[in-house]
Design a binder for this molecule. Sequence first.
Ligand SMILES: C[S@@+](CC[C@H](N)C(=O)[O-])C[C@H]1O[C@@H](n2cnc3c(N)ncnc32)[C@H](O)[C@@H]1O
Length: 128
Amino acid sequence: MIYFYHHFLDLCCGSGDLAFLLSERVGSDGKVIGFDFSRKQLSVASLRQHLLSKACYKNIEWIEGDAIELPFSDCSFDAITMGYGLRNVFDRCKAMQEMFRVLKPGQGYPSLISIKALNHLLHQLRYC
Ligand SMILES: C[S@@+](CC[C@H](N)C(=O)[O-])C[C@H]1O[C@@H](n2cnc3c(N)ncnc32)[C@H](O)[C@@H]1O
């Protein structure tokens, strides 16, 4: 269940599919950040945001950057998603450390669409 007033971060958002879904769930009182290091992907996401022009999509902001160095304060987000992104990140341990840093304690958890990637990551974290 996703509640209102939530502040979500969609890492490696690509052209924004997941961010758009989150946006619909959190509503206009919530906020979704779509984050990716590809300017081209973010341009497509932004274009889609304007073309689809659903009122709730105004709660999405697209930010360019690297998942291993997030430009956000500690404990900023209620939940973080990362759809098919972790497998592409070079330093997965650092990316996970960053995700846990910016996630509010006890509020949510990184939701990784790829369970296979999660298992791989958990295996790797044992050696961080
Ligand atoms: C396979 S796409 C997934 C897009 C989207 N999440 C989806 O499910 O459709 C992977 C995305 O991860 C982004 N990406 C890969 N490494 C990244 C990093 N270190 N920091 C930010 N974005 C990254 C790529 O630019 C690409 O848009």
